[in-house]
Design a protein around this ligand. Structure first.
Ligand code: IMP
Length: 449
């Protein structure tokens, strides 16, 4: 299998990290193609938990090599923190991690710009500088990983960004950035660490990149050519998507989306690979639905039910620690995301979380409120305005009491759990192949027909 692409088919946090880690056992390469340190891929290794934000999850398997493609926005400081963490965990990343020279760099200026715009409040962005970095890329004043190789160019590019933020802050009271960060609930560290070009000079900004130049620059190579050559040589490459299809800048619930293409096409543009080389698309969905940040969510739980479910499920963001919004499984949206991604097979995660509930519900259609939509009545349409007006129609499905974790195979799962998974596959119209029944590496069963 040459290139396989794995994508989240809800609003992110589907448990992709664990599935990539599992599939990585049988591949040569894992490549990230979009997003940045806004992602949080959690993997449980025995007693230890690893949360990776930038480095592909494949790094946890010693024989796998990893690539960060041009579609990723790379925060060099965050990457340094991450490789240091890997070293503390005894994971050797040297000689196994490659970065595209064309990947854009997230700078302290981008993070400060996000706070100044206050999109962390209006959209619930992660404050990892993602939006401003993709904006700079489109506006053609971004900085790329290759600029780490040339100090003069790095300084020139940083100068442009430093000036832009300085002029955006002109006329604002002194200390505006720190105040906004603190008001938005930023930790003291976050507010203190905010780069402020009205107080800090260009050289101070350039100096922040010294370690990155030393440690990251040697990892920069033509990732596109490398991966295509590896494919030519018969090696297997798993492309690891971050976030989920409904956070896609084009196909998600705009404007409550991230700034990259999280859907399958993002793997082509974000790595530089032609679509014919993709032989399989794997979609990952949770057995229920969650989202972080603002935006429409038709099957959302409210009130005490929401609190109780979140606690039981441990639904707190891996990157920001924010409580995640939770709700019933929504087959209407999953059908749409399966279709636009060309999903060949699904993985259903977090089935264990639903144990103990008497009755489960699943949305199988939407009733529209009359809001103008180009979509056929009742179908999913990824516009926040339209989605806010829909009422889901549910089917009730019996729950199960048994703790699923530790079940050795599909046949050991209670009939109700198997029926629930089958109902998901039936509603979406795509087979479910794997079912995750606990956080551990081994807690996955293969669905048998
Ligand atoms: P940004 O990616 O930080 O710009 O945030 C845009 C939106 O995407 C916000 O609603 C975030 O909560 C959401 N988001 C970004 N990354 C993730 C993720 O990895 N999981 C879930 N939601 C995410």
């Amino acid at each position: 299998m040459p290139f396989t692409v794995l994508v989240g088919c809800q609003w992110g946090d589907e448990g992709k990290g664990k599935i990539v880690d599992l599939l990585a056992e049988d591949v040569d390469w894992v490549a990230r193609f979009q997003g940045g340190a806004n992602a949080g891929h959690t993997v449980l290794l025995g007693e230890r938990q690893a949360v990776l934000h930038l480095v592909p999850t494949g790094i946890l398997r010693p024989d796998v090599r990893c690539a960060i493609g041009n579609g990723v926005v790379l925060d060099p400081m965050a990457l340094l923190d991450e490789v240091r963490l890997l070293e503390e965990m005894g994971i050797n990343w040297r000689g196994r991690l490659w970065i595209s020279p064309l990947a854009h760099l997230v700078t302290p200026i981008h993070k400060a710009t996000e706070v100044l715009r206050q999109q962390d409040r209006s959209i619930g962005t992660t404050r990892r500088g993602i939006g401003p970095t993709y904006e700079a890329k489109a506006a053609r004043h971004g900085l790329r990983a290759e600029d780490l190789l040339d100090e003069r160019r790095l300084r020139e590019r940083l100068h442009v960004q430093w000036e832009l933020l300085r002029s955006a802050l002109s006329g604002q009271p002194e200390g505006t950035l720190g105040r906004l960060a603190a008001e938005a609930g930023g930790s003291a560290g976050h507010a203190q660490g905010m780069f402020d070009p009205t107080r800090q000079g260009l050289e101070e900004l350039v100096d922040l990149f010294a370690d990155a130049r030393r440690i990251i620059a040697p990892l920069v190579c033509d990732v596109t050519d490398l991966l295509l050559s590896e494919d030519d040589a018969g090696r297997t490459i798993l492309c690891e998507g971050a976030q989920g299809a409904l956070l896609d800048i084009d196909h998600g619930t705009y404007p409550f989306v991230t700034s990259s293409n999280t859907t399958v096409g993002g793997a082509c543009t974000g790595l530089g690979i032609p679509p014919q080389r993709i032989k399989k698309v794997i979609g990952v969905v949770k057995a229920y639905t969650t989202r972080v940040g603002e935006g429409p969510f038709p099957t959302e739980f409210h009130g005490e039910v929401a609190e109780q479910f979140r606690e039981k499920a441990g639904e707190y963001g891996a990157t920001t620690g924010r409580p995640r919004r939770c709700g019933w499984f929504d087959a209407v949206l999953a059908k749409r995301t399966a279709r636009i991604n060309g999903v060949d097979e699904f993985v259903v995660t977090k089935m264990d979380v639903l144990s103990g509930l008497k009755q489960l519900r699943m949305a199988v259609a939407y009733r529209a409120s009359g809001t103008q939509s180009v979509a056929p009545a009742g179908a999913f349409w990824p516009s926040a305005a339209v989605l806010e007006g829909v009422t889901p129609e549910y089917v009730d499905v019996p729950g199960w009491q048994m703790d699923l974790s530790g079940a050795p195979d599909w046949s050991a799962l209670p009939g109700e759990a198997r029926a629930y998974v089958d109902r998901i596959g039936h509603e979406i119209g795509v087979p479910v192949r794997l079912v995750s029944i606990g956080p551990g590496r081994e807690e996955v069963v293969r669905r048998e027909a």
